[in-house]
Design a protein around this ligand. Structure first.
Ligand SMILES: Nc1ncnc2c1ncn2[C@@H]1O[C@H](COP(=O)(O)OP(=O)(O)OP(=O)(O)O)[C@@H](O)[C@H]1O
Length: 299
């Protein structure tokens, strides 16, 4: 499997504060990787280091095997990026932005037609100055601009902000389609349900450190259930005996089962211990995983 992006022991100081501490992860070909973590964890800073917006020392960021330190011109040729709020010129219209970026990236004008359509912006809107666009329209334009020149790697920082539900569905399809066309993507987002739907793997960051990484497939195998069980003391004992992770939220408990077989064994144990199941709900995988992970990281 070809490595598209390699981040190796990336460190970043801003002023006297160490923001990133030895961040290491990779993005492989045909892979969409989610980059997830709380506010201020270091997602945007990492992305800025990858794009060269923040200069980093040698041997820390490689794009298609090119070190961003001394081969950044070649490395950037493979990259499309949208980081933080869409960086657009308020007085230029949509078409102007396309022409400008196409010039930089040496893309032929005739290849832009598909991207105009992909943006979902009408001709009338593309003729208007960007200052008249809504947040979602800016996001749509920005995403289409990042695709000019068919990058091998796309970095998207919070691209779902401001998108309406229809645009979110279309955006999801667009990313999945790009992956089919050999573009790998690093996507930072707080919208866990979308991350779970779009990404092949998720890398978790906290306080400038990578705290975990998991494939979406492995995540789907895990089953999270929220129960109301009585008596709760007995339920706790069953979980302890079975070595199950249990999280208590008021009158309910949330339990993670790594395989369907463990879930089955748990139900059998509950029945044999005469524990009443008052209520049971299956929970979103990524949301539960996130809660457990960051709760453990607090300890
Ligand atoms: N220019 C700067 N000067 C000083 N500190 C900064 C600067 N940029 C970022 N930081 C600090 O670096 C840390 C990481 O910020 P960063 O923007 O990378 O987080 P993030 O994970 O993208 O957060 P969010 O989800 O809120 O966008 C934060 O503590 C932030 O205050």
């Amino acid at each position: 499997m070809e490595t598209i992006l390699e981040v190796k022991k990336l460190k970043k100081k801003i002023g006297k504060t160490e923001i990133l501490h030895d961040i290491s992860f990779s993005v492989f070909e045909n892979e969409i990787v989610g980059f997830v973590g709380p506010n201020g964890a270091g997602k945007s800073t990492t992305m800025k280091c990858i794009t060269g917006l923040f200069k980093v020392p040698k041997d820390m960021v490689y794009i298609m095997g090119k070190d961003m330190y001394d081969h950044h011109v070649e490395a950037l040729r493979y990259l499309g990026a949208s980081i933080e709020a869409p960086a657009l010129f308020p007085d230029l219209n949509g078409y102007d932005h396309f022409s400008m970026v196409a010039n930089w990236r040496k893309e032929k004008k005739e290849n832009l037609q598909e991207l105009y359509e992909l943006s979902g912006l009408k001709k009338e809107a593309l003729k208007r100055p960007v200052r008249t666009y809504s947040m979602g329209m800016k996001q749509r334009l920005m995403l289409s601009l990042t695709l000019i020149g068919s990058p091998k790697l796309l970095l998207l920082d919070e691209p779902l902000n401001g998108l309406d539900p229809q645009a979110t569905f279309e955006f999801r399809e667009k990313l999945l389609d790009l992956r089919k066309r050999n573009t790998s993507i690093l996507l930072s987002s707080h919208q866990l349900n979308e991350v779970e739907k779009i990404c092949d793997r998720i890398v978790f960051i906290k306080d400038g450190r990578i705290v975990n990484s998991i494939t979406t497939e492995a995540l789907q195998q895990m089953q999270y259930y929220t129960f109301q069980l009585q008596p709760i003391e007995k339920a706790r004992q069953v979980c302890k005996k079975m070595n199950l992770e249990i999280r208590e939220e008021g009158t309910h408990v949330s339990i993670r089962f790594d395989t369907p077989q463990i879930l089955n064994a748990f139900f059998k144990a509950v029945v044999s211990e005469n524990i009443d199941i008052i209520e049971v709900n299956s929970a979103d995988h990524l949301e539960q995983y996130y809660k457990n992970l960051y709760r453990n990281a607090e300890k």
